[in-house]
Design a protein around this ligand. Sequence first.
Ligand SMILES: O=C(O)CCC(=O)C(=O)O
Ligand SMILES: [Fe+2]
Length: 376
Amino acid sequence: MLVGLLLRIGDLGIEARDDSSMRREEDQTACYKTQVGLGEIKNYGMATTHRDGDVLSISALDSFHLNRDKSDDVREVPSSILRMPLKPPGLTQWTIILITDFHFIWGGKCVREGCWHIVGSCRLLPSDPNRATHSGLYGSISYVIAVIKFRTLVDEENSPTSLDSEANSCTSNGDTHSHIWKFYEENIPSFRAKTCKSISASVLLRKLRWSTLGLQFDWSKRNYDVSLPHNKIPDELCQLAKKLAAPAMPMGEDFRPEAAIVNYFGLADSLGGHLDDMEADWSKPIVSMSLGSKAIFLLGGKSRQDLPVAMFLRSGDAVLMAGEARECFHGVPRIFTDKENAEIAPLELQFSHEDDHFFLDYIRTSRININIRQVF
Ligand SMILES: O=C(O)CCC(=O)C(=O)O
Ligand SMILES: [Fe+2]
């Protein structure tokens, strides 16, 4: 279910409480803690319960992932998981693990590409005509990032003083707002600081919660509105999505990336269990890519009562929900934004250039998910 997706992020409390297996697992994984010791990750606390049968419970998360790149070692992997060293065409370093029609694609070695997509997700993807959280209020985020050296954004409309030439202006015409925002160096003249509403670029970026690419999704009507102005999804993203989707395409035809939603998760954000049911053709997979901080992903069944499977998603990992899995509830109850567990060290090495520090600071406590869909 697409509608309310963003409300669900960081705002699970607004949903009516239910007692389904999905909800119980969400509550458990939200409390999941890890402890590093003896070269191994152990879990403890509320989420250590083993379950009957071969459902991968939260307690199996670590062993599943510790062994995931040794394709011959299946000792600790529950039998519901079929480990396959399968490589999508053109992607030499990726391993796929299948749970029926659910593909887990390990992206551990794709650090450079990951950084590239993080920068794009912050700078390019939320820009006009793509709709994003910011569109109505502040205008295109690309402007914010482009002038990042001017650290503070000031709402000139509310300022009694006239515009001055030192600042860069940014006009935004949303449906209900018309603002002129201007960027200033860190030290705004004190007379202005008292009278203007101001916001720093990093705070502004933190307010970015979603953006939509390609065909634009109308949250109020719960459908894709083909009449809204839109660009094609950027080519690099399209090509990657096609490669990732290839193993799940019925009859080997091409996946057509027509729409995508980018979700930006900050501290304590989560995404409640849901179905993505707004696309006309469910026979096509959803390609979902994780960037930044580690998260727990829950894959449930076709009913909320089915026990979900839990797994970690780290930066660069992707999942493919195809066939039966396309109809399964799923969610992200937990992201890890603390230094020990976010597991973004490879990104830190890659983001070493001074110009990258802004993005590094952001991604240290954030996760970005890009999910790409064929709508028709
Ligand atoms: O963040 C994720 O990994 C999943 C996102 C998702 O399921 C969605 O946006 O529909
Ligand atoms: Fe989803």
